[in-house]
Design a protein around this ligand. Structure first.
Ligand code: HEC
Ligand code: HEC
Ligand code: HEC
Ligand code: HEC
Ligand code: HEC
Length: 212
């Protein structure tokens, strides 16, 4: 066999191996999906029509492999958030961590909003999709599930914003700056006040020693 023929044979063989591995991998995802589908058919079909159609159930429910399910298989809010942030990083994650909701959930609140409370767990879509829980028209209803009667104004703010001097984050940015400067000025004034008081006390002591 010539060198060139050997090279071709090698290429054909490796392509076949790669193809087989690919088929095997997608079959595993499909099989895992099937395992859960037997009993959770409704959830399966919701995932399949969502933006996460390529995910298997166990990408998020890492602790569950079969039935019966292990103790504590349900995700509490903190675990639920950790699931989303294992893939979604950057602006959405950072702004959530800064938010009221994010801080409360981090401290263990089971009442405040996790990612899934606003976006759904299985029926997640991009904001442009009218089925999305965070589509402009659906936001008041989404917030109202916890905030009583949420006015249409709820859909006017931006949920995930950057802390910078322009755009949706500007009010928070300047409020933050204001409090940092306020704190610095108060602490400086306090230190000066204490120093002056000490100086005054020292002078009084010295004067009294001289008098004696
Ligand atoms: C034989 C049926 C069956 C299969 C298969 C099955 N489940 Fe379940 N699952 C149930 C039942 C019933 C419940 C209700 C709570 C319980 O019994 O644990 C449940 C509850 C759950 C819960 C909620 C946990 C809770 O405690 O509320 C999750 C999450 C879940 N299943 C995920 C999965 C995943 C992921 C798979 C595939 C790996 C799967 N299930 C396969 C029957 C099944
Ligand atoms: C993108 C991540 C993600 C994927 C993929 C996912 N789940 Fe879930 N699932 C969650 C989260 C988060 C919760 C908790 C819901 C909450 O906090 O309200 C949940 C809750 C559940 C529950 C509890 C009952 C309920 O509906 O709230 C079941 C049952 C369940 N999942 C089954 C499945 C099955 C079966 C699949 C695969 C077809 C699947 N999940 C895929 C994130 C996911
Ligand atoms: C209080 C409700 C709320 C919470 C909590 C929340 N989001 Fe959002 N999310 C929104 C809204 C509303 C939008 C639409 C754009 C905006 O307002 O910033 C959005 C937009 C997004 C987008 C972009 C969607 C698109 O179509 O461009 C992603 C991705 C996202 N969120 C992921 C997350 C993740 C991950 C978490 C948790 C770490 C989270 N969100 C927590 C309400 C929320
Ligand atoms: C295994 C990784 C993974 C996990 C876990 C995951 N996502 Fe995603 N998510 C993605 C990818 C990748 C996309 C982009 C899909 C696309 O554009 O077609 C996406 C898309 C989205 C979108 C739509 C963004 C847009 O611009 O249209 C939202 C909203 C979202 N995810 C929220 C969540 C939430 C909430 C959770 C937790 C319940 C979560 N994701 C868990 C990988 C993940
Ligand atoms: C799962 C429940 C839940 C959902 C959904 C939810 N929130 Fe909240 N939110 C809370 C809780 C709990 C607090 C903590 C403060 C409190 O109890 O008033 C809070 C606090 C807040 C705060 C700051 C404190 C305050 O009372 O002014 C704002 C602003 C807010 N939410 C806006 C929203 C918006 C906008 C949405 C919809 C995009 C939303 N929330 C969805 C539960 C939720």
């Amino acid at each position: 066999m010539s060198e060139q023929n050997k090279w071709w044979l090698w290429r054909v063989l490796s392509t076949i191996v790669f193809l087989l591995l690919g088929v095997l991998a997608s079959a595993t995802v499909a099989q895992a999906q099937d395992n859960c589908r037997q009993c959770h058919g409704d959830v399966s079909s919701r995932i399949e029509s969502s933006v996460h159609s390529f995910l298997s159930c166990t990408s998020c429910h890492t602790g569950i492999t079969g039935y019966p399910h292990p103790e504590g298989a349900s995700l509490d809010k903190k675990e639920s958030v950790a699931t989303c942030t294992s893939c979604h990083k950057g602006l959405v994650t950072d702004s959530y961590a800064r938010s009221f909701h994010g801080k409360a959930v981090h401290l263990g609140s089971q009442k405040s909003a996790s990612c899934a409370d606003c976006h759904g767990a299985h029926d997640i879509f991009g904001q442009d999709n009218p089925h999305s829980k965070v589509a402009k028209g659906n936001i008041p209803e989404t917030c109202a599930s916890c905030h009583g009667e949420a006015s249409p104004g709820f859909s006017e703010g931006e949920e995930h914003f950057e802390l910078k001097p322009a755009g949706a984050g500007a009010p928070m940015y300047y409020t933050g700056k204001f409090f940092i400067w306020l704190t610095l000025i108060i602490i400086t004034a306090l230190v000066i006040h204490i120093e002056l008081q000490l100086y005054h006390n020292l002078r009084t002591i010295r004067r009294e020693r001289k008098r004696r």
